[in-house]
Design a protein around this ligand. Structure first.
Ligand code: FES
Ligand SMILES: [Fe+2]
Length: 440
């Protein structure tokens, strides 16, 4: 990859082509639970813009430029009052949609409150997440509505996690399936795995074959292995524009999952994860039933602070070398770091704020990553020529994407096998049927 394309893909601030593309879509801004009714405003950095999020005492959410449109004092220090946020410098008050309501330091006949709007973005809440539209359209596009985002909050495990690096590194880590058998399961011995457990295939055969394809919504891969008894074991995963991934670690029938690598700025990313509570995760156990060392731990978080990058920080971080245990690494763990997320975090952050992709030496194992970069560059070029990004006019291409593992007949081409799985999952008579058109 040349330096120009690397910059094109990774720079997301105002005025950049990638930033403009992302701004066309609804973007996850924070969890609903982070904005308390009548509570403190929250600093939100999104696509290089310093914003504040708040929820009025009545429950309405606003996301606006943190700088007051009067003389740029930070609205983070504002008073969250009924009906809006009041700047504490001269008392100007703003409704959640940015409309100026009062200019109390200006004589009534000189007030231009009615004509003043603070730069605020349209918001909506869905399934426990606050979404923001930062694009240029007068009327925001319809909600993309990827399957997991349509589930009610009660059916979801939602989480956020901060990464100190560019979104593309995070995203590429999510679609880089061949690292699983090393970074996460590199110390697992073949003989410790149950040969009948299909989920453990990714640890038994660490160099699988792949199909990779461009799709309407992004790119997909299907890693496949022969089960030895006349069937093919597939693990299908997707990249969805502009920064989403669906991972294959679970049974297809109920694997409703989603990751969003949301750029805060060029060198900070917030990962949002949606997981359907009814899903069965993939490989986690050895044949004696004991957990696989290093795969079975949730991350520990520091309490959220108020700074731009103080939300959802892990206790283990670059400053303490992710609490690496070299003794464990030598004896029983590939990395000496505990937990899948932490292992991923350490590796993608270790590449630097923005990885220098001109220094890479790519192999066939990187096919999905190469195709995804090309796909994004292609969409960027079309967008610069004025074409609308995929999925804004036809959101069904997002709504009917699902990842997961399944078995299929060797005679059936992989895309047909996948289509059959999708048709079954979205069958109106099935248990799992989420028709976006019927959702509130
Ligand atoms: S700077 Fe906000 S009211 Fe003056
Ligand atoms: Fe990983």
């Amino acid at each position: 990859m040349n330096a120009k394309d690397n910059a094109l893909l990774t720079r997301v601030g105002p005025g950049t082509p990638m930033g403009a593309l992302m701004r066309e879509y609804w973007i996850p801004a924070c969890l609903s639970s982070e904005l308390e009714a009548g509570g403190s405003p929250v600093r939100l950095m999104l696509l290089g813009e310093k914003l504040v999020g708040f929820r009025t005492p009545e429950g309405e959410v606003g996301i606006m430029d943190h700088a007051c449109p009067h003389r740029c004092a930070s609205l983070f220090y504002g008073r969250n009052e009924p009906g809006g946020l009041r700047c504490v410098y001269h008392g100007w008050k703003f409704a959640p949609d940015g409309q100026c309501l009062e200019q109390p330091n200006v004589p009534a006949e000189k007030s231009f409150a009615k004509r003043l709007k603070a730069p605020a973005y349209p918001v909506q809440e869905r399934g426990g997440v606050v979404w923001v539209y930062m694009g240029t359209r007068e009327t925001p596009p319809p909600f993309t509505g990827i399957e997991a985002t349509l589930l009610p909050e009660s059916d979801l495990r939602l989480s956020c996690s901060l990464r100190h690096c560019n979104y593309l590194q995070v995203l590429e880590g999510e679609i880089d399936t061949s690292h699983f058998g090393f970074l996460h399961g590199g110390a697992v011995a073949q003989e410790d795995l149950d040969p009948n457990d299909l989920n453990s295939m990714s640890l038994r055969d660490r160099a699988p074959l792949y199909h990779v394809a461009e799709t309407g919504a992004g790119t997909s891969y299907a890693a496949y292995r022969d089960t030895g008894d006349g069937q093919i074991y597939y693990r299908v995963a997707h990249y969805l524009l502009p920064f989403y991934t669906q991972f294959p670690d679970g049974n297809f029938a109920e694997n409703i999952v989603l990751d969003a690598a949301v750029p805060m700025d060029d060198e900070h990313t917030m990962i949002f994860t949606w997981m359907y509570t009814g899903r069965t995760a993939g490989v986690r156990r050895l044949k004696d039933g004991s957990p696989i060392p290093g795969l079975d731990r949730d991350e520990d978080y520091l309490p959220n602070g108020t700074g731009w990058f103080d939300r959802w920080r892990t206790v283990a971080n670059a400053g303490n070398d992710y609490l690496i245990d070299r003794e464990a690494q030598a004896a029983r763990s590939y990395t000496g770091m505990t937990g899948v997320q932490l292992q991923d975090q350490a590796i993608v952050e270790s590449m630097g704020g923005i990885a220098d992709r001109t220094k890479e030496h790519l192999s066939v194992s990187d096919h999905m990553i190469v195709m995804t970069r090309r796909r994004i560059l292609g969409v960027l070029r079309e967008h610069q020529q004025g074409l609308p990004p995929p999925g804004l006019e036809n959101s069904r291409i997002f709504q009917q994407a699902r990842s997961g593992a399944f078995l299929a007949d060797p005679q059936t081409p992989w895309r047909e096998a996948y289509a059959e799985q999708v048709a079954a999952a979205f069958n109106p008579t099935g248990v799992l049927h989420f028709d976006p058109e019927n959702m509130a």
